[in-house]
Design a binder for this molecule. Structure first.
Ligand SMILES: [Ca+2]
Length: 332
């Protein structure tokens, strides 16, 4: 009996599911800033006493020439504003701003002094520069303080590095919150003074320290950022975003579809929703029933009493690969 070799083949289909999340740059979006200054539109060296862009020199430290637009260091572009104080005479820049009842201000500050010196201040002031609101001080003892007539110690800091200050002001509740480099360091601090601010100020205290300031912004309304999708599977994905309610209860939604740039076709609720408070809050929604080999684009949308803001678009692709393996020979 002849034993025959046997050949058989197995066409084995192996499905490899390889999600390809196209991670695009995502920028925060919000309604137009009430005030924004990056110091990049002026000629380098422009003196503060020439009132660049409406800035007012209130105090001039060791002299006018020390207070100027500078290209030594910057966060945005190539320029910032530098101020230098002197013994018993500070340097101060002020810019008028029309504030709503609830808003935030941001500023980057590079306080070059060391412990034992007075360093930098930023805050809001009335028009005679004497009453300050929502003020943050990088102080002589190496700590950052909130100031409302007395000090609230927030954290230690290292001089000679850019630091982001964000203050959320609630002029109705008469309180403010302080964030340093994105982390809440002081909340519901009493404003401490009567009246309302009429502008924002930058200051270097009564010392010989040089301080730089950049990217000063005042804004209200919701801030949203669309973030990359996670957990992209064969038919499912989680859409992500960041929402800052900026003090007003904010409804969160995601819009998604297969057309880049929209219209997106489908709107789903985000979680959590609503978002409250003044901190950046992670939001998401989980999708199922998505189609393989399909690209999806989406945006996060926040709506509150200040209006509706849509984040920038993020896209991802669900790719399903079928790989046919070659014949398998088996001999006996
Ligand atoms: Ca700049």
């Amino acid at each position: 009996m002849k034993r025959a070799d046997k050949w058989f083949s197995a066409a084995l289909s192996l499905a490899l599911i390889i999600p390809l999340a196209a991670i695009l740059p995502a920028a925060p979006a919000r309604a137009a800033d009430i005030f924004s200054e990056n110091f990049d539109s002026y000629v380098n060296g422009t003196l503060l006493n020439s009132s660049p862009g409406g800035w007012v020199q209130v105090y001039n430290g060791p002299g006018d020439a020390a207070q100027h637009v500078d290209n030594t260091r910057a966060v945005s572009g190539t320029q910032s504003m530098t101020l230098t104080g002197t013994l018993s005479w500070s340097a101060m820049a002020y810019h008028a701003v029309s504030f709503p009842s609830r808003f935030s201000y941001d500023a980057m500050i590079y306080s070059g002094g060391s412990a034992g010196q007075d360093n930098g201040w930023i805050g809001l002031s009335n028009a005679n520069y004497l009453t300050w609101y929502g003020t943050v001080r990088f102080s002589l003892d190496g700590y950052i303080y909130a100031w409302n007539g007395s000090y609230t110690q927030l954290m230690a800091y290292t001089p000679g590095a850019w630091c982001k200050v964000k203050v959320y002001m609630d002029l109705e509740a008469r309180t403010f919150d302080v964030y340093i480099n994105g982390t809440l360091k002081g909340s519901n601090i009493s404003i401490g003074f009567e009246g309302t601010p009429t502008g924002i100020f930058l200051e270097t205290g009564n010392d010989y320290v040089q301080v730089w300031f950049d990217d000063v912004k005042v804004y209200d309304g919701v801030t949203v950022t669309t973030n990359a999708a996670t957990g992209v599977g064969a038919t499912s994905a989680t859409l992500n975003g960041t929402v800052n309610a900026n003090g007003l209860s904010t409804t969160v939604q995601f819009k998604y579809g297969t057309t880049p740039g929209g219209p997106y076709g489908t709107t789903v609720a985000g979680t959590p929703s609503p978002v409250t408070g003044s901190s950046d809050t992670a939001v998401s929604t989980s999708l199922t029933g998505l189609n393989p080999k399909t690209s999806y684009c989406y945006v996060v949308v926040g709506t509150n009493g200040g209006g509706t803001v849509q984040g920038s678009e993020v896209c991802f692709t669900i790719t399903l690969y079928f790989i046919d393996l070659p014949l398998i020979q088996k001999s006996q």
